[in-house]
Write a new protein. Structure first.
Length: 108
């Protein structure tokens, strides 16, 4: 399994709009991408304009599919000017739970 850990910094004046688009991307990922197993969005306690994404995919190919998904492309294009800093993306291998424990959770 592969995971993406992404730090997102939002311009405060665009927070409400950004959050709407961010949730749409997360739902789209879980609902429309068979090999996206999880897409979590959390906000920093000290600064609500900093988000952390935790995304789990079956493999590298699933991440490549995600990058081309219509909901992701729309998110990138729509929110580009709302970012306060470039995205900080870390590509990771999952450690726990073990690979055979990951299952696709139902999308909202």
């Amino acid at each position: 399994m592969k995971a993406l850990v992404v730090k997102v910094q939002i311009k405060a004046e665009f927070r409400e709009q950004f959050m709407k688009e961010m949730v749409a991307d997360g739902v789209g990922s879980e609902k429309n991408e068979p090999d996206c197993l999880m897409f979590n969005i959390v906000s920093d306690v000290a600064d609500p304009n900093i988000l952390h994404l935790f995304e789990v995919y079956k493999d590298d190919a699933a991440i490549e599919i995600h990058k081309k998904a219509p909901h992701f492309v729309k998110w990138l294009e729509t929110t580009a000017d709302w970012l306060a800093a470039p995205l900080e993306i870390s590509l990771c291998n999952t450690v726990y739970p073990p690979e055979n424990a990951w299952t696709k959770r139902p999308a909202p």
